[in-house]
Design a protein around this ligand. Structure first.
Ligand SMILES: Nc1ncnc2c1ncn2[C@@H]1O[C@H](COP(=O)(O)OP(=O)(O)OP(=O)(O)O)[C@@H](O)[C@H]1O
Ligand SMILES: [Mg+2]
Length: 320
């Protein structure tokens, strides 16, 4: 059984109504996402800004409800189990956010920041045990016990992200959802934090849902990945295969967007920026940016086709 199974996940956001007697417009942020994450696996989610990555993360963390579809954690449907059971399950999935400056309460000491998830789950735990566990976790993330009594402003960005990781790990979770967790850091610090995450993944058999717009990061830390475009998975497979042979024109665009000064290297299959498709539009969502587009792309959205675990949704892709 996969650790996380996401099935036909749809999320609509109701937008502010434009006219008082008209229905509020709806924006579909996720259009039927299917994917699963195995125990101990690091799974990447990539796509440009606004494609729905954080929306997906919030639903997987059960911080928001889907419009339809569901998420199973170890076989438990997160949106139909009792509140009590969900509360019990929450210790198994934790999140590390993007901004290490705003995600830590500046008025609290490291001890209470890191132990916060523990305080809610294990109310009976003694002060000294709590301190011991937090101290131990700080050493796991490369900080030390003396840091317990410090405030977040006494740390660098990379160190703050280590604190956030310690907080996520304190409940011994089996899944960490990392939403752009290293994007705000300097490149050299990024590498250290990523190395730490990978070490911890091995040590605690953690699964990661690793969200990033930075493909070099995703290539480094994930085993499989899904490429999302306007709320749909357009390509999915092992990271190695996708990097070696990307099929979808959008994936090719993302891979070619890694900076290069050679104009010849620019990808020729697509152009432009993403536009928002309204609900009910039936064409391929990528049609207006794709140089391969033909009539069928205008008329019908392609299905996600599979060959040996590699999925692609494009009318013009044939696996060879
Ligand atoms: N509460 C909301 N109400 C209305 N629309 C929303 C809401 N939250 C997100 N959206 C829209 O849903 C889409 C997906 O947003 P989301 O934050 O998931 O994108 P993202 O992929 O995480 O982007 P980024 O890389 O910039 O973080 C966006 O177009 C956004 O405008
Ligand atoms: Mg986001």
């Amino acid at each position: 059984m996969p650790l996380i199974k996401i099935q036909n996940l749809v999320k609509d956001y109701r937008l502010p109504r434009k006219f008082i007697f008209k229905k509020a417009p709806v924006f579909r942020a996720l259009h039927g996402i299917n994917l699963s994450i195995e125990k101990g696996e690091s799974y990447g989610i990539v796509g440009e800004s606004g494609c729905g990555k954080s929306t997906l993360a919030r639903i997987v963390m059960a911080l928001d409800n889907p419009t339809s579809g569901t998420v199973y954690y170890n076989g438990n449907d997160l949106f139909s189990i009792s509140r009590k059971k969900l509360r019990g399950l929450r210790r198994h999935f934790q999140m590390v956010f993007q901004d290490p400056y705003s995600s830590l309460n500046p008025r609290k000491k490291v001890l209470s920041i890191v132990s916060e998830p523990l305080d809610m789950l294990e109310k009976s735990i003694s002060f000294s045990e709590r301190k011991d566990r937090v101290g131990l976790m700080l050493s796991e993330v490369g900080l030390n016990r003396n840091d317990l009594e410090k405030y977040p402003h006494e740390f660098s960005g990379g160190q703050r992200q280590r604190i956030a990781i310690a907080r996520a790990l304190i409940t011994k979770p089996s899944l960490i959802v990392a939403d752009e967790s290293v994007s705000a850091l300097d490149v050299s610090v990024q590498a250290q934090v990523l190395n730490l995450m990978m070490d911890l993944q091995d040590k605690f058999n953690l699964a990661f849902m690793f969200i990033s717009h930075d493909l070099s990061v995703v290539e480094f830390v994930t085993q499989r990945l899904a490429v999302i475009y306007l709320g749909r998975i357009v390509e999915q497979g092992t990271t190695k295969e996708i990097f070696e042979k990307p099929f979808h024109p959008y994936t090719q665009l993302l891979l070619s967007a890694v900076p290069s000064i050679d104009p010849e290297k620019k990808n020729q299959a697509c152009h432009g920026e993403s536009s928002k498709y309204s609900l009910g539009h039936n064409s391929c969502p990528f049609v207006d940016r794709c140089n391969l587009a033909t009539e069928i792309c205008e008329q019908q959205a392609p299905e996600l086709l599979e060959k040996a675990g590699h999925f692609v949704s494009c009318h013009h892709v044939t696996f060879d």
